[in-house]
Design a protein around this ligand. Structure first.
Ligand code: SF4
Ligand code: SF4
Length: 168
């Protein structure tokens, strides 16, 4: 039997952006337009995720077996733009992703990418092959970010505590 988790439901509804959740009338415009829903034959479904969030069905959303329910979203924002009720879907999904990270359930490729940004100040560290190619193409040199500045900002968000340490 499914359990309604009212604390979880309220956590979303009582947040600034999450309160738009209650305006959803399940028209399915979002899932009809979602590119991920289309290529996964509905295995990923934003309408369903909004419904389970609205109903507080936490066990249908979290847990390793449900990872794709949340992390399938590519944040393309198509659903936000089309929702007739102005439900802030991607922002609500960000709340869910943050909870998933806190639970230690974020997919490895996300946490690895977060570690890379923490260590290098960007997602894809510069490589000499790329620099050479840019030079051949007459493209300007890439200005590297101030890594200390990026680290300082990310430490303020406590990112380090939320991502598992990567093996060197
Ligand atoms: S488009 Fe908006 S109102 Fe329609 S199901 Fe999706 S979130 Fe709900
Ligand atoms: S933002 Fe996510 S849920 Fe919305 S249409 Fe894009 S992939 Fe689908």
């Amino acid at each position: 039997m499914l359990t309604i988790d009212f604390d979880f439901r309220n956590q979303i509804i009582q947040s600034d952006i999450g309160k738009t959740l209650v305006y959803c009338y399940q028209c399915a415009t979002c899932s009809g337009a979602c590119p991920v829903a289309q290529v996964t034959n509905g295995r990923y479904n934003p309408r369903r995720l909004i419904l389970t969030s609205l109903l507080g069905l936490k066990e249908k959303i979290f847990g390793a077996e449900n990872s794709f329910e949340i992390w399938g979203c590519t944040v393309c924002d198509t659903c936000d733009e089309l929702c007739p009720q102005k439900v802030e879907l991607t922002e609500i999904f960000t709340i869910l992703k943050n909870i998933s990270v806190e639970r230690g359930e974020a997919p490895d490729h996300y946490t690895m990418q977060a570690s890379t940004i923490l260590e290098n100040g960007k997602a894809i560290p510069m490589q000499s092959a790329i620099e050479r190619r840019r030079e051949q193409l007459g493209l300007p040199k890439i200005v590297n970010p101030d890594i200390n500045e990026v680290k300082k900002l990310l430490k303020a968000t406590e990112l380090e505590k939320k991502i598992p340490k990567q093996e060197k």
